[in-house]
Write a protein that binds this ligand. Structure first.
Ligand code: ARG
Length: 264
């Protein structure tokens, strides 16, 4: 009888030691949550001043949310990566990727010849137009009426090129700001007379602010695409998943979620 008890006790002790052992190892090594920790992290850069693409809604929380975030999550999840999001001024995003600080950019960024010299782009995932915004009171309803006025644009955006094109026709002063809310503030404070901002982003401002008005510029569409480092193998994989999402309606579902559509 005693022998059995002794044996049983030693089995228990050995078992206990073994358990401690593994626990200890886990803490030192990469052990425990294998599935999540083994996933490679992709660091996404965005400029969280651009609802509904990317923004922080303080009423909801401190996290960056939006269409681009959901899209990036869906694609990277499908490809087996973990996603980490960083907030960077729009004008510094490409430099940040060049420096290796981020692995991809989703920021409602439009592929342009100039940018293509530094980065690769996936296919376009959403199209939009440029809008000229001003205060209702200032009665600006055409490009001609901008004569002698100050027009604000986001630094490093293609809206800068739009403003420069306008400057060739009428005499305007161009002002750059880092963030879209700054442009709106400057407009409301009368420090600039107008601003060029994407229509999808203005929609939200126009709906919530009675003082603002705007019209679409017929300078053509600007689409958004994902930027990746030059010659990255990910571009092709991202395009494959994007195509799948266009095909199976997932992309449309995200568009409806963030840009509305049904109730309009
Ligand atoms: N589509 C424009 C561009 O590529 C503006 C994008 C601005 N994005 C932002 N997150 N603020 O230049």
């Amino acid at each position: 009888m005693k022998k059995w008890l002794l044996l049983l006790m030693s089995i228990l002790v050995v078992g206990l030691l073994a358990a401690c052992g593994t626990n200890g190892n886990d803490e030192e090594g990469t052990g425990s949550g294998d599935q999540t920790e083994d996933k490679q992290v992709l660091r996404m850069g965005t400029s969280a001043d651009y609802p509904p693409f990317e923004y922080i809604d303080t009423e909801v929380g401190e996290e960056i949310i939006g269409f681009d975030i959901d899209l990036a999550k869906a694609i990277t999840e499908e490809l087996g990566y973990e996603l980490e999001v960083q907030d960077i001024d729009f004008g510094s995003l490409i430099t940040a990727m060049d420096a290796g600080n981020i692995d991809l950019i989703l920021a409602g960024m439009t592929p342009t010849e100039e940018r293509l010299e530094q980065v690769d782009f996936t296919d376009i995932y959403y199209a939009a137009n440029h809008m000229l915004v001003s205060l209702k009171d200032s009665n600006i309803s055409s490009i001609e009426e901008l004569e002698g006025k100050t027009v604000g644009v986001q630094l490093g955006s293609i809206q800068v090129d739009q403003a420069e094109a306008i400057a060739e026709e009428v005499n305007i002063t161009i002002e750059n700001r880092d963030r879209i809310p700054q442009l709106i503030q400057e407009l409301k404070a009368g420090r600039i007379d107008a601003a060029i901002i994407e229509d999808t982003v203005m929609k939200g401002y126009l709906e919530s602010d009675e003082e603002l008005t705007g019209f679409t510029l017929d300078s053509g569409e600007e689409g958004s695409a994902i930027a990746l480092p030059k010659d990255s193998e990910l571009t092709e994989e991202f395009n494959r998943v994007l195509a799948e999402m266009k095909e199976n309606g997932e992309l449309d579902a995200l568009i409806v979620k963030w840009f509305g559509g049904e109730e309009e």
